[in-house]
Design a protein around this ligand. Structure first.
Ligand code: BGC
Length: 254
């Protein structure tokens, strides 16, 4: 497998990229970031990805993976909650090839984080069912059974008490509604106990920037399932996208 791959993480406020050492999961050189264009249309976002690859001087034979904030089914985005609505129906692989002049591999951002955590982080070596959720503007989910990812789960959009769950329990809503840790934890309790009832996981991993403050909310939760913060915090999207692209490139070559 290639020793280095490039990961790009598309988020609501910034698009970030770095080269990743596939043995260690660490960045090779710096991580660069460009503000997400407004509106974040497919063409505008693809242009930013092109600028990032140019700035990082990514060699054409290095695999490139893109973590995307929506499900990606065989390259196509069926719907999108937190970026421009015009993405629905877009074939990300075709779009990026047109703008970047090279093949890339796109996957859901929470799935990318799941791959990163299972390879290098909090879910490494864990047997059984791990559910990773990423907390941000939305709630992303990755389900991993004995190290194998079940892609494109959308547990942030479970309907709970008549609400789209991420509209109540995401860390983005905590910020927007200026909720205290205690108030937010009540919403998390409702959310994670529901997910626990549905799936009976062996471990919850919580990622996203807010997991740095895990001691402020995890002790307030009463769950049967152990819950730990992600280890890669906000680098997981880039690292997981790079690892996934390298694996996919390898499996296509063989
Ligand atoms: C999207 C998911 C994504 C999550 C985090 C949700 O609104 O539907 O696909 O993983 O936000 O970006």
């Amino acid at each position: 497998m290639a020793q280095v791959a490039c990961g790009i993480d598309i988020g609501g406020s910034g698009i970030k990229a770095a080269l990743v050492d596939l043995e260690t999961g660490e960045f090779v050189g710096e991580r660069i970031r460009i503000e997400t264009p407004k509106p974040a249309t497919p063409d505008a976002v693809a242009d930013v990805c092109s600028q990032l690859l140019t700035q990082l001087q990514v060699d054409p034979h290095i695999p490139v993976g893109i973590a995307f904030p929506a499900p990606v089914i065989h390259g196509v985005v069926p719907f999108i909650a937190n970026l421009d609505a015009s993405w629905a129906g877009t074939d990300v692989h075709e779009l990026m090839e047109r703008h970047l002049g090279r093949k890339v591999i796109a996957l859901n951002d929470a799935d990318a984080a799941g791959i990163a955590e299972v390879t290098f982080g909090a879910a490494k070596g864990v047997n059984g069912l791990v559910i990773l959720t990423t907390q941000g503007t939305g709630i992303g989910s990755a389900i991993i059974m004995n190290g194998v990812l079940v892609p494109n789960t959308e547990l942030g959009h479970l309907e709970i008490d008549g609400y789209d769950a991420e509209k109540r329990a995401s860390s983005g809503q905590k910020t927007l509604q200026e909720l205290s840790w205690k108030k937010w934890a009540k919403r998390l309790q409702r959310y994670y106990s529901h997910v626990e009832m549905l799936f009976s996981p062996d471990l919850f991993v919580v990622g996203g920037g807010v997991s740095k403050n895990h001691e402020k909310f995890m002790p307030l939760l009463d769950l049967k399932t152990p819950m730990v913060p992600a280890k890669l915090f906000n680098t997981a999207g880039i690292v997981g996208a790079a690892s996934f692209a390298a694996q996919q490139t390898l499996s296509k070559e063989n």
